[in-house]
Design a protein around this ligand. Structure first.
Ligand SMILES: Nc1ncnc2c1ncn2[C@@H]1O[C@H](COP(=O)(O)OP(=O)(O)O)[C@@H](O)[C@H]1O
Ligand SMILES: [Mg+2]
Length: 264
């Protein structure tokens, strides 16, 4: 996979209103957005502003009430149905690893391949090399409950990467982890992304995490969400944790914090 050959994402006038007993609830206002091929895009915003809704619409898990989501210029939804070609490009990682407790770590990681009919020796080989890639080499035969929270998230990332998706969607994947583990996983994710060359949309409520990871950061306004601010993050890769002490880093984070405060 190569950074320029993976698909980008195009949102054209995408909106979501949920039907509720009190009438429609507008979660996301009409949004236009281009995610460049191979880009690492970070989305931040206050709780309830529609980040998950936006990500789920890109992932084909929630249907927009208006507008179009295009993956590699293919429309994700047509007449209430998802386009299976477009879906094949995508993988999603949530805050909870959602591993199956009755499968070993390697079987969990290989599950998407099993569902795709990949023969056992091949999928176990892939699973093992992914364990190495995400830093849980040697733990393949364990049960999920024997892993720490950080290791379970690593396994969830490995499972998402198992079928070589071109687009990785991540919804606060490190939100439940302690600060040290989170720093470590941010570095690891950057390394994996640099190695894999996929397009990533990463949702977080941490502005510092968004600026550390993103090529670009989008700040969403409170509900009904819309893109309020967009910043390009200029720091070269690979970024080290120490950049967080740089004045340029801190100024960028502060600028976004001030803006968030002003709109909430
Ligand atoms: N299935 C649903 N039905 C009704 N309202 C929903 C549903 N999912 C989300 N919402 C509402 O939409 C808004 C945006 O939610 P969400 O996308 O989860 O925000 P975030 O991820 O930014 O915290 C919230 O007000 C939430 O309560
Ligand atoms: Mg959310």
């Amino acid at each position: 996979m190569n950074r320029t050959s993976v698909p980008g994402i195009h949102l054209a006038g995408v909106e979501k209103a949920f039907a509720t007993p009190d009438g429609p609830l507008l979660a996301l206002q009409r949004t236009d957005l281009q995610v460049r091929p191979g880009e690492f895009l970070a989305l931040v915003g206050p709780s309830g502003c529609g980040k998950t809704t936006l990500l789920r619409m890109i992932g084909g898990l929630t249907e927009p009430t208006a507008g179009r989501v295009l993956i590699a210029e293919r429309s994700l939804w047509a007449a209430g149905r998802r386009d299976s070609e477009a879906i094949r490009e995508l993988a999603v990682v949530f805050q909870d690893a959602n591993l199956f407790p009755w499968f070993s770590v390697e079987d969990n990681i290989a599950l998407p391949l099993r569902l795709r009919g990949v023969p056992k020796p091949e999928r176990l080989q892939k699973s093992r090399s992914l364990c190495e890639l995400v830093g849980i080499g040697g733990f393949e035969r364990l049960w999920p409950r024997q892993l720490s929270g950080g290791m379970r998230q690593r396994a969830a990332i490995a499972r998402a990467l198992s079928y070589d998706p071109h687009i990785l969607l991540m919804d606060e994947p490190f939100g439940a982890l302690d600060a040290i583990t989170r720093d470590q996983l941010n570095l690891e994710l950057q390394r994996i992304w640099l190695a894999q060359g996929c397009t990533i949309v990463f949702v977080t409520h941490s502005i510092a995490e968004a600026v550390f990871l993103g090529d670009r950061v989008l700040l969403l306004s409170p509900r009904p969400g819309k893109i309020d601010t967009e910043v390009e993050v200029p720091f070269p890769r690979p970024r080290k944790t120490s950049i967080q002490a740089f004045p340029e880093f801190q100024q960028l984070v502060q600028r976004l914090r001030d803006r968030l405060e002003a709109i909430t």
